[in-house]
Design a protein around this ligand. Structure first.
Ligand code: ZN
Ligand code: ZN
Length: 277
């Protein structure tokens, strides 16, 4: 089939996409861009903070669910800072949005940065150490994603503060940064990152053969759906969510200005989405 891209995932799953199309590129960009439809049987916001559980967020759950629906997302994975709602609160929220999938994850602050943990039902002692966090998740079949691994590392202010410029190549970062040994996946598309931080994470994930996720990391009504995680199969329960994550049947996706959900690749964002025009 002409123009059809076959993609083999790290776990061995092969997905035939609907065709890598060459689209008209913006002026100033060399050559045709290779952009393909992303997985989108389910589209899940993987990284989002709501008020009041995350005190730094102004986003209320009802607004999140409305915007998610309008954006075309089929579900959300709430990642409150070091917290997860009690099961009766979870049930009450799920009952209000029967057509939308809601998972209650957690963004855990650890000795190796922020981690998106899927499967925890409560904050556990010791998970501030990522090794312990992974150990606890393994006991319950949980899933661990490193969030925004390169945030602010390229920032001159960070270099000034640490007295050291971040000069690793993606190959060196993949090999030397211990955090990647503890995780199942890497957040490659984060709506609150700079394009450079996302590009670097995308390249590191490719080198390591680890799958990538996408999410907005939103703390307000803006930016929801900037990135999402597209799944090959339908995800409507927390059990299916974990099963599909462990099977690697997902990828980071984003919407083009024409409203098409595409896989996040080095070429897939147009200059306006990169803040370059
Ligand atoms: Zn974070
Ligand atoms: Zn966050």
């Amino acid at each position: 089939m002409a123009g059809c891209a076959i993609r083999t995932y790290p776990t061995g799953l092969t997905v035939r996409s609907r065709g890598a199309r060459s689209i008209q590129h913006s002026p100033g960009v060399e050559g045709p861009l290779d952009i393909r439809d992303g997985l989108q049987r389910s589209l899940i916001e993987m990284h989002i903070h709501t008020n009041p559980t995350s005190s730094d967020s102004m986003l209320e759950i009802p607004d999140l669910m409305t915007i998610a629906k309008e954006t075309g997302l089929t579900g959300v994975n709430l990642t409150e800072h070091d917290k997860v709602l009690e099961s009766h609160q979870q049930r009450a929220i799920r009952d209000q949005y029967p057509g939308q999938f809601i998972n209650f994850g957690m963004e855990v602050s650890t000795d190796m940065g922020h981690m998106l943990a899927v499967g925890l039902t409560t904050y556990l002692p010791g998970i501030r150490r990522v090794a312990k966090l992974r150990e606890e998740l393994d006991k319950i079949g949980g899933f661990l994603i490193v969030a925004h691994p390169f945030r602010r590392l390229f920032d001159p202010v960070t270099a000034m503060r640490t007295g050291q410029k971040f000069e690793l190549t993606p190959e060196e970062a993949a090999e030397r940064m211990p955090v990647f040994k503890f995780v199942h996946a890497i957040e490659v598309g984060n709506g609150s990152n700079t394009p450079k931080e996302n590009d670097f994470a995308l390249e590191v994930a490719r080198i390591l053969g680890l799958p990538g996720t996408g999410g907005s990391d939103g703390h307000s009504t803006s930016g929801i759906g900037a990135f999402a995680t597209g799944f090959a199969n339908e995800v409507t329960t927390p059990e299916q969510f974990l099963e599909e994550l462990h099977a690697g049947r997902f990828e980071a996706v984003h919407k083009t200005r024409e409203g098409r959900w595409v896989a996040f690749t080095p070429d897939s964002l147009d200059p306006s989405q990169r803040g370059e025009d």
